[in-house]
Design a protein around this ligand. Sequence first.
Ligand code: DX5
Ligand code: ZN
Length: 219
Amino acid sequence: TNAVRIAPSILSADFARLGEEVRAIDAAGCDWIHVDVMDGHFVPNITIGPAVVKALRPHSAKPFDVHLMIAPVDQYVQDFADAGADIISFHPEAGPHPHRTVQLIKSLGKMAGIVLNPHTPAKMLDYLIDDVDLVLIMSVNPGFGGQSFISSQLRKIEAVRKMIEKTGRDIRLEVDGGITTDTAPLAISAGADTLVAGTATFKGGESQYAANIRALRGE
Ligand code: DX5
Ligand code: ZN
């Protein structure tokens, strides 16, 4: 089937040179740009907001895959959409009405994603999957780059792949956290079609980005 998509997480980039870093991963052949938004409340870390997404937008034409680790979610969706997000994903635990949030994201013409934490069962998707464009499975607890892949999530990737096939719809299955050249093939054979990679993309400096991305694709 199709080659796996690679979405470098700019969390591992040099924040003092973010625009150049986005250009570099674009030139290195990434598919999407993964933007980790953390609020110091839903997760124990603070990163970036819509103003930074907006400032980065002119630096790449590739899809901006915005992963919201914030609570509440709804009041910021419009800001990220206006800033240039193409895909907006959120955690269902971050608000009382995930179905409404999905509709809000789609009403703005953006792709809507649901993120499952390591403890969150695939069943959470039962009454959401018919409306979403993407499912993001966390293979680490959200908050930080550089953590180790939690192997129990492979079963969940398999389960969600089956759920997606049942819908007959074109839904992306993305995996985020601890992706390396060792864990990427496991996630892919379990059914992932898109891999987020922070540490594994940015290691070794700019001259290595293209080789790092190819290695994650198994090329
Ligand atoms: C974790 C973030 C991830 C993370 C990935 O909260 O959602 O995108 O930065 O980093 P690595 O690839 O280093 O595990
Ligand atoms: Zn992420």
